[in-house]
Design a protein around this ligand. Structure first.
Ligand code: PLP
Length: 451
């Protein structure tokens, strides 16, 4: 047996993979990733794979950053753990909170740390309900979110999300979460213009508020650009209208920036790209470039001051973990010093956009949408009518993803959409490689479907 086969057998025998069909995995064996540098992974057979997903949308500064490893080692020796419960604090947590307050827009000046995006969204759920209870309106406990959103995998964040596959397990969502439709013009709005459709889907929020009762609604949560739902870039009319509606009814706006934050959309935060003013932002992933688990909620002066009037009975052992905070701070320094946000907005991000949009010349690609460095293409057998494939939804996307994998390119599929979200340090040459391999994989996937 090769070393790879041995590792795969051990993995199949003992390791349960998230979001993976166990039998499919057992039959094929998982690809064993052993090292990574820049935008490139290496597997146990020595193949080099271009990672166009930055891991799980998170390795913004690329792999192999020694500075981050060194900071972690130093912090582990100095203060490997202490909490910030009750009345203690430590330097990495307070410095990171201050840095996030500086980077975040408006008066988002206060940070509640968590270990992940899911945990941070659980914090948000409890924080907005506590906020309204403290304001004397405890009946304001409904949170509106969107179908096909992804806000995490815990019971609370999985409820906020709108993934039916997650809801099916264990009877989610929990009470008090109400879902509305997403602004996916290409798949759902063909009868209308993008502008009119954007307004229509924004006004679904107002309709939901009126149906539930404006004095019952605590918050609206959404990703500035929906990520795991398929990189759904909203029409330009969508967010301004949503902002008007939440302002009109005095409802808190939670922007889930777990994917969009830290340069991904060409600004520090997706809220800035979309021109919205959230009361709370969820962050994780790119906050540490995935080098260490950390998440958090960045909160406005108003929300923080109301929450500060009570004991907020909530927190995690790893809230503000000193090693995670030190690594995140160093990661933010790298993003700033290397001008990665500007790179996405004005330089390689612009090149990626041109090259990515050229994929619409492929016979199977109906739409290519990209904001900064998160993009998706919609696959269709018939561009004009946007008809779905005869095969069950997702079959073709899965095939193309398999072909990408075989061609040493990591692209993800969501149904019949293919997604990219590469490290922000990707070069022009690597972008060319990405597009060439994507094109080849589309050709091969198309051939396999037609066969
Ligand atoms: N929110 C968004 C928008 C995400 O994309 C994710 C993860 O993909 C999460 C929340 C959950 O974050 P985590 O996996 O760190 O719990």
């Amino acid at each position: 047996n090769s070393p790879t086969a041995e590792l795969q057998a051990l993995d199949a025998a003992h390791h349960m993979h998230p979001f993976t069909h166990g039998q499919e995995l057992g039959a094929k064996g998982a690809r064993v990733i052993t090292r990574a540098e820049g935008c490139w992974l290496t597997d146990s057979d020595g193949n080099r794979i271009l990672d166009a997903m930055a891991g799980l949308w998170c390795v913004n500064v690329g792999y192999g950053r020694k500075e981050l490893a060194e900071v972690a080692a130093r912090q582990m020796q100095e203060l490997p753990f202490y909490n910030t419960f009750f009345q203690t604090t430590h330097v990495p947590a307070l410095n990171l909170a201050a840095k996030l307050a500086e980077l975040a827009p408006g008066d988002l000046n206060h940070v509640f740390f968590a270990g992940s995006g899911s945990e941070a969204n659980d914090t948000n759920l409890r924080m907005v309900r506590t906020y309204w209870a403290e304001k004397g309106q405890p009946q304001r406990d409904v949170i509106i979110s969107r179908w096909n959103a992804y806000h995490g995998s815990s019971v609370g964040s999985g409820s906020l999300g709108g993934m039916k596959g997650i809801h099916m397990q264990g009877g989610l969502p929990i009470p008090g979460v109400h879902h509305i439709d997403q602004p996916n013009w290409w798949s759902e709005g063909g009868y209308s213009t993008p502008e009119a459709f954007g307004l229509e889907r924004a006004r679904a929020l107002e309709a939901a508020i009126l149906e539930i009762g404006p004095d019952r609604v605590a918050a609206f949560i959404a990703e500035p650009v929906q990520g795991a739902g398929g990189v759904i870039v909203p029409p330009e009319t969508y967010w301004p209208e949503v902002q008007k509606i939440v302002d009109k009814y005095g409802i808190l706006l939670i922007a889930d920036e777990v994917i969009c934050g830290f340069g991904r959309t060409g600004e520090w935060f997706g809220s800035q790209t979309m021109g919205i003013r959230p009361d709370i932002m969820t962050v994780a992933k790119g906050l540490s470039s995935g080098y260490i688990p950390i998440g958090g909620s960045i909160v406005s002066d108003e929300v923080a001051s109301v929450i500060g009037n009570t004991e907020f009975n909530h927190g995690y052992t790893y809230s503000g973990h000193p090693v995670a905070c030190a690594v995140a701070l160093e990661n933010l320094r790298i993003i700033e010093e290397e001008g990665l946000v500007e790179k996405v907005r004005d330089d390689t991000g612009v090149y990626l956009r041109e090259r990515f949009e050229s994929l619409t010349d492929h016979p199977m690609v109906g739409e290519a949408k990209i904001v900064g460095m998160m993009g998706s293409i919609a696959l269709t057998p018939q561009k004009e009518t946007r008809a779905p494939f005869k095969a069950e939804a997702g079959t073709v996307g899965f095939k193309v993803r398999e072909r990408c994998f075989a061609n040493n390119l990591i692209m993800r599929h969501v149904g019949d959409r293919m997604i990219i979200s590469p490290p922000l340090v990707i070069s022009r040459e690597e972008i060319d490689t990405l597009i060439e391999r994507a094109w080849q994989s589309l050709d091969e996937g198309y051939a396999a479907v037609k066969a």
